[in-house]
Design a protein around this ligand. Structure first.
Ligand code: C5P
Length: 232
């Protein structure tokens, strides 16, 4: 798997997103579409960005009973995206059903990755609200193993966890990692961040970068800096 930079297009409307992508004349970055844009603009924004030649990570984090997730995934598969995701907390049967739903008649399917624990969940919340009395990194690794057992391709995790996920689940199990900042950039609301170069060193397969590119004065230059630090 070739390392790549995925731009988190966290814009409220299709127009804002297309205006942003119009900055890129010489390259076609891999794009992440999240819930806000998808629920606001609908599946047409996925078709439009795909038609412009971008790869797409559709970040909708499905979590429901296996049959419902299977049917929803088969709809998403028809959108021809490159990566989809779900919550590993839905269980192994739900993840297996998702793989079945995503798989097209010709046997191809988008890559499927799992969210293990949201980065907004810390040890205290895990114990007091979710009543899981285990160290959070143990929970993350068990959920990653469950995802691998269900036939998924990898997980979304912190770049700082990518090495441990590879040790636990194998080097071919993908790690897709947000929480990326330039050493000289603003951290914002992210807690545990690392630079594109450090993410490469630890072993991330894909980094997801939002504001360091989308809010940069020169987004194309910021994207190229990420690519040269991480992917080349
Ligand atoms: O702007 P920034 O680089 O912080 O954007 C990171 C992107 O990755 C956002 O779309 C955010 O929702 C997403 N994300 C995250 N942490 C996770 C999962 C997803 O920051 N654990």
């Amino acid at each position: 798997m070739k390392r790549d930079v995925i731009i988190a297009c966290d814009f409220p409307t299709a127009e804002d997103t297309i205006r942003f992508l119009d900055n890129f004349k010489d390259e076609k970055p891999f794009v992440k579409i999240g819930m806000e844009l998808f629920y606001g603009a609908g599946p047409d924004i996925v078709r439009e960005i795909k038609a412009r030649g971008h790869k797409i990570f559709l970040d909708l984090k499905l979590h429901d009973i296996p049959n419902t997730v299977k049917k929803a995934m088969s709809v998403l598969s028809g959108l021809d995206v490159d990566i989809c995701n779900l919550h590993a907390a839905g269980g192994i049967d739900m993840m297996k059903a998702a793989v079945e739903g995503l798989t097209r008649a010709d046997g191809t399917r988008p890559m499927l990755i799992a969210v293990t624990q949201l980065t907004s969940i810390d040890q205290t919340r895990l114990e007091n609200e979710l009543l899981i009395n285990k160290p959070i990194d143990q929970v993350v690794m068990q959920y990653a193993l469950n995802a691998r057992q269900a036939g998924l391709d990898g997980v979304v995790c912190s770049p700082l966890e990518a090495g441990k996920v590879h040790e636990t689940c194998g080097k071919d199990f993908l790690t897709v990692t947000p929480g990326i900042r330039f050493a000289d950039g603003a951290v914002g609301d992210q807690q545990r961040v690392t630079t594109p170069a450090k993410a490469k060193e630890i072993g991330s397969d894909f980094i997801v970068v939002g504001r360091p590119i989308t809010a940069a004065e020169d987004p194309v230059a910021a994207y190229r800096r990420c690519m040269s630090d991480f992917a080349e």
